[in-house]
Design a protein around this ligand. Structure first.
Ligand SMILES: COc1ccc([C@H]2[C@H](O)[C@H](O)[C@H](C)N2C)cc1
Length: 451
């Protein structure tokens, strides 16, 4: 064990109401929006396959040229209420929006920079409109903030000289001021999603990020912060040098999921953030470059996250004009239609304390001791679903969520192990079988105490 002074601040897992709400939300919408949405991955007629929000570096564009995009930013199609209604219909309970991505452009009128929405043809407080509209639909809002800032003259990747150190001290003050400003301006926000914290400059400032997390949480009770914000004094990120998680949840799952059989991951809160194309967070004009995930693929990721006590944050990249691609609108509808019928296996659900089986994923409602959800993605050819529950568990009845009054045939194989027969399932979509137990699924709740 190393002596770590600037490691974890909050005892995890948090059991306060704000964190319980974060946990029960399960499904969120990520929004990546900034100046990069204007060129959309194309520069001087050339299409760049790399992530569109990195076009400045992949096309080798000067900061002056890139920053002049600010005078073109005029999303005439932006309608925050329409966005919020689409998100509501999709079934998300929270949304995380880029207030400032690596380019440094701020979607809110910041008093600490002119490189912001106020100095664009649009001019209005776009971020404020977004938060108000999403909150009006009952959707919690968290704010993404990139510490890495290509625009700011005091940004330094490494601190090699006294001049570097002085510059970065100014950058740290700027960062703290902007974050306090965001929490002042938007008191209803629930969390901060930090990014751009992998460089040496930040890893050398573990004490600063420790004190910053404390100050932000003192100012904004209940604030939920991702592990990506932090480095300890040895430069260890996400987890401190003794392997203790920092922030409030693990946010290392970017465009990747844990092994579905992994139960270690269930011990902490965590979130997977996911793109619809393979690697585009910002709007890209050309979606033929890579595989585009289908609704069923994305639903399976959401279900897998829930089954392992994680949240799923699905990304959308609005165009420079402020609307969504038709593919994104279609996916939001398809996912929403599924959520309309099956969200009881997602909201306020988590790890059931059971080993994953081949047909799909177990989830269990956090408020229920005797009801287990089976979300099926792979129908067995004989229509019989093998379920291995905890020893001593007895199934009272099992039924399709879509047909609650028709009990399915059961065959007990051994203590706590059954076949559930569901031969006549017509749907082509993933579906849910509900198991109701005779007795409290004690092992699961015992395990819950352990986490
Ligand atoms: C160098 O590899 C990177 C760096 C930053 C990212 C950024 C993306 O732009 C997006 O904001 C994602 C959440 N973040 C990690 C992704 C991959």
């Amino acid at each position: 064990e190393k002596e770590v002074k600037y490691g974890q601040i909050t005892e995890l897992p948090r059991q306060d109401d704000a964190m319980k709400k974060w946990r029960s939300n399960r499904f969120g919408q990520f929004i990546h929006w900034g100046l990069y949405a204007i060129p959309g991955g194309v520069w001087k007629g050339k299409t760049y396959e790399y992530a569109a929000e990195f076009l400045k570096s992949s096309a080798g564009i000067s900061t002056a040229t890139w920053d002049s995009l600010q005078y073109q930013f005029n999303p005439i199609k932006f309608n925050a209420m329409a966005w919020a209604k689409m998100a509501k219909a999709m079934g998300v309970k929270y949304a995380t929006i880029t207030t400032k991505h690596h380019e440094g452009f701020c979607l809110w009128p910041s008093e600490y920079t002119d490189f912001d929405i106020e100095n664009t043809p649009y001019g209005k407080d776009l971020l404020g409109e977004f938060i108000e509209a999403y909150n009006a639909e009952g959707i919690d809002v968290s704010l993404y903030y990139s510490v890495l800032d290509w625009h700011h003259p005091d940004w330094r990747y490494k601190l090699n000289s006294e001049e570097d150190k002085e510059a970065f001290e100014r950058l740290k003050i700027f960062t703290k001021n902007q974050l306090l400003e965001l929490l002042d301006r938007y008191p209803t926000v629930k969390g901060l999603w930090f990014d751009g914290t992998w460089d040496q400059c930040w890893k050398d400032n573990g004490q600063f990020s420790y004190e910053l997390e404390k100050k932000l949480k003192e100012k904004h009770p209940g604030l939920v912060v991702n592990s990506r914000m932090r480095a300890d004094e040895y430069g260890s990120r996400h987890f401190d040098s003794n392997g203790v998680l920092m922030g409030d949840y693990e946010s290392g799952y970017e465009r990747r999921l844990p092994n579905p059989w992994d139960i270690e991951v269930t011990k902490n809160d965590w979130e997977c953030c996911m793109t619809i194309p393979e690697n585009q967070w910002g709007y890209h004009k050309d979606w033929t470059l890579t595989h585009i995930k289908t609704a069923n693929e994305l639903i399976e990721m959401l279900v897998q996250c829930t089954s392992q006590n994680g949240n799923f944050l699905l990304n959308f990249g609005p165009t420079g004009e402020g609307d969504f691609r038709e593919e994104e609108v279609k996916l939001a509808k398809e996912i929403g239609d599924w959520m309309d019928d099956n969200s009881s296996a997602i909201y306020n659900c988590g790890y059931a304390g059971l080993k994953k089986q081949g047909w799909g994923y177990f989830t269990q409602n956090n408020d229920s001791e005797t009801t287990i959800n089976m979300v099926v993605f792979n129908k067995p050819i004989n229509g019989k679903y093998r379920v291995k529950l905890n020893k001593g568990s007895v199934i009272k009845k099992a039924y399709l969520l879509s047909k609650p009054d028709k009990a399915l045939d059961l065959e007990e194989i051994s203590n706590g192990e059954y076949f559930i027969e569901a031969k006549k399932v017509k749907t082509k979509d993933p579906f849910v079988i509900i198991i109701e137990l005779e007795n409290k699924d004690s092992k699961k709740f015992h395990q819950k105490a352990l986490t």
